[in-house]
Design a protein around this ligand. Structure first.
Ligand code: NAD
Ligand code: UDP
Ligand code: UDP
Length: 316
């Protein structure tokens, strides 16, 4: 049967979302057969519309909390809403997606002998006491707060990945992704980059939560996807967790000022309450990714924001 499948067959869960759609495109460019599985909770068919004519591309409406039986060589498990307003909309479903979704995809990987990648997150570090964050840091996460469905769901998924690795010798690749932005983010996604750009383009006030002194490190999507592919292609002993993100660190006030400058907007800043458990600072230590994957981001914030602003103009 192998003769009929000379190309690598890859499953991308959450493939119609922001990151998933870029990943599907990159995999097709590398001549993979791609199965995109998505329940369209936050993803959109429009994100993959340009791929639908490609005979190597297949899209399944599927919720990863239910078992899935397909024959593939590699799995990228990205299914999970990533924006706080979306993952807090149905928090029980968010935990189920991370935990039961991980069990199902690991069960699938075990059955077919596939390598499996997990889109984990810098949220596993919570509101961190050490800065920048290294992979050896265990994190400071509130187990019962409004962000817990996401943070603890992702932490439990990491546990499952490492237990399937130890117990069943499944080949795992765990990436801890720091804030990433770019085209295909949903205009109403609720995350800071899409909010600020849409507000600036519409001339609406820019909503700064808290004082705006909290920091984040923003990675452009093309850099991140290059990191995904390098991690998947790395030697079997490279399991991660490995941080993938851009170490450039900015306050939310700096981000707002940059967006205003690049859009030429007349929007003013308005200050809104800080959501609970909002981390004060976040910046990846990417020493491990540099050493093990020979990966580091290349696109500076201003350049990535210009591409993203261009994309969002159609929605303003
Ligand atoms: P997104 O919301 O655009 O994409 C998530 C996709 O998963 C959507 O297409 C959604 O419809 C789908 N989905 C949600 N629940 C599902 C379910 N039960 N079954 C099947 N599909 C489901 O978000 P994104 O930014 O593309 O994030 C992708 C992954 O990367 C997520 O797992 C997220 O936690 C992780 N991540 C993203 C970032 C970031 O900054 N973008 C940072 C850290 C981690
Ligand atoms: N599973 C799946 N697709 C497969 C194989 C397994 O969705 O191709 C699911 C299966 O339904 C199970 C989960 O993955 O709930 C975990 O599978 P595993 O074999 O690890 O555990 P078990 O079936 O023994 O509970
Ligand atoms: N934020 C903000 N205004 C917004 C949306 C978010 O000031 O309109 C802040 C938010 O409080 C957080 C940071 O921007 O401190 C990043 O928020 P996002 O939801 O993008 O991601 P996360 O908090 O998960 O890193």
């Amino acid at each position: 049967m192998k003769n009929y499948h000379s190309n690598k067959r890859v499953l991308v869960t959450g493939g119609a979302g922001f990151l998933g759609s870029h990943l599907c495109e990159a995999l097709l460019q590398r001549n993979c057969d791609v199965v995109c599985a998505d329940n369209f909770f936050t993803g959109r068919r429009g994100n993959v519309a340009h791929l639908l004519d490609n005979p190597r591309f297949e899209i399944l409406r599927h919720d990863v909390t239910f078992p899935l039986f397909v024959e593939v060589d590699e799995i990228y498990n990205l299914a999970c809403p990533a924006s706080p307003p979306h993952y807090q909309h149905d928090p029980v479903q968010t935990t189920k997606t991370s935990v039961i979704g991980a069990i199902n995809m690991l069960g699938l990987a075990k059955r077919v002998g596939a390598k499996i990648f997990q889109a984990s997150t810098s949220e596993v570090y919570g509101d961190p006491e050490i800065h920048p964050q290294t992979e050896s840091y265990w994190g400071r996460v509130n187990p019962i707060g409004t962000r817990s469905c996401y943070d603890e769901g992702k932490r439990c998924a990491e546990t499952l990945f490492f237990d399937y690795y130890r117990q069943n010798r499944v080949k795992i690749k765990v990436a801890r992704i720091f804030n990433t932005y770019g085209p295909h983010m949903h205009p109403n996604d609720g995350r800071v980059v899409s909010n600020f750009i849409m507000q600036a383009l519409r001339g609406e006030p820019i909503t700064i939560y808290g004082t705006g002194q909290q920091t984040r490190s923003f990675c452009y999507v093309s850099d991140l996807i290059a990191g995904f592919l390098k991690l998947m292609a790395s030697a079997d002993e490279v399991t991660g967790p490995v941080n993938l993100g851009n170490p450039g660190e900015f306050t939310m006030l700096e981000l707002a000022e940059t967006v205003i400058k690049l859009t030429g907007s007349k929007s003013e800043l308005v200050f809104k309450p800080l959501p609970s458990d909002d981390p004060k600072q976040r910046r990846p230590d990417i020493t491990m990714a540099k050493a093990k994957l020979d990966w580091e981001p290349k696109v500076p914030l201003q350049e990535g924001l210009k591409h993203t602003i261009q994309y969002f103009k159609q929605y303003a």
